[in-house]
Ligand binder design. Structure first.
Ligand code: FMN
Length: 175
């Protein structure tokens, strides 16, 4: 099978990560793939915040847990040491589409490099909060951004889960 298609079919969401650091070169390769996602009008509007700082990771974990309504102490990032946050400008009509494609590329690239990934939600709610708007400011990011998703990244702990069977009757051919 074509290796790209094989990666697409075999990628799975990982929900248990080893705490091991991911080499910066691998993180950068994953990010590079994200930056090459197709994007509306070739505007390249989405941005990525790569979080490896343990304090910030902890803060995001706590806030994501609070927003998700879980019991304190639950890690919605399943122990992944790297969180890649994708955002898009609020005033860009293609922002959610563009950002979602970036997310897809990040997850596929992670898988292709032998890493585990998973899309973790609630970036939208996080980046509506003052602390996260302050983070953007601190990073020198001007303008208003909508959080699209977090790509948790790290080494999978254990075997990846099996894909569930594809739901039938989702394709309609018009020949
Ligand atoms: C938009 C979106 C949001 C998601 N948010 C979460 C999440 O917050 N937590 C989680 O554990 N999985 C999340 N997932 C992962 C899905 O549950 C997962 O992709 C789905 O069950 C299919 O499994 P697979 O990715 O292994 O094919 C999300 C996936 C997408 C596409």
């Amino acid at each position: 099978m074509n290796t790209t298609i094989k990666d697409i079919i075999e990628r799975r969401s990982i929900r248990k990560f080893k705490p091991d650091e991911v080499p910066q070169a691998l993180i950068d390769e994953v990010i590079e793939a994200g930056l090459y996602a197709a994007n509306g009008k070739g505007k390249q509007a989405p941005i990525i915040i790569a979080v490896t700082n343990p304090d910030l990771r902890m803060q995001i974990m706590r806030d994501n847990c609070r927003i998700g309504g879980w019991k304190e102490g639950f890690d919605p990032f399943y122990g992944a040491p790297v969180i890649l946050i994708v955002l898009a400008p609020k005033d860009w009509p293609n922002g959610v589409y563009d950002g979602s494609l970036v997310m897809g590329n990040l997850m596929l690239a992670g898988h292709a490099l032998g890493l585990g990934t998973i899309w973790i939600n609630r970036a939208k709610e996080e980046f509506e909060e003052p602390a996260y708007q302050a983070l953007l400011k601190k990073l020198g990011i001007e303008g208003e951004y909508i959080g699209i998703g977090h790509c948790a990244l790290g080494y999978p702990d254990g075997n990846p889960p099996k894909a569930s069977a594809r739901r039938p009757n989702r394709v309609y051919y018009v020949s």
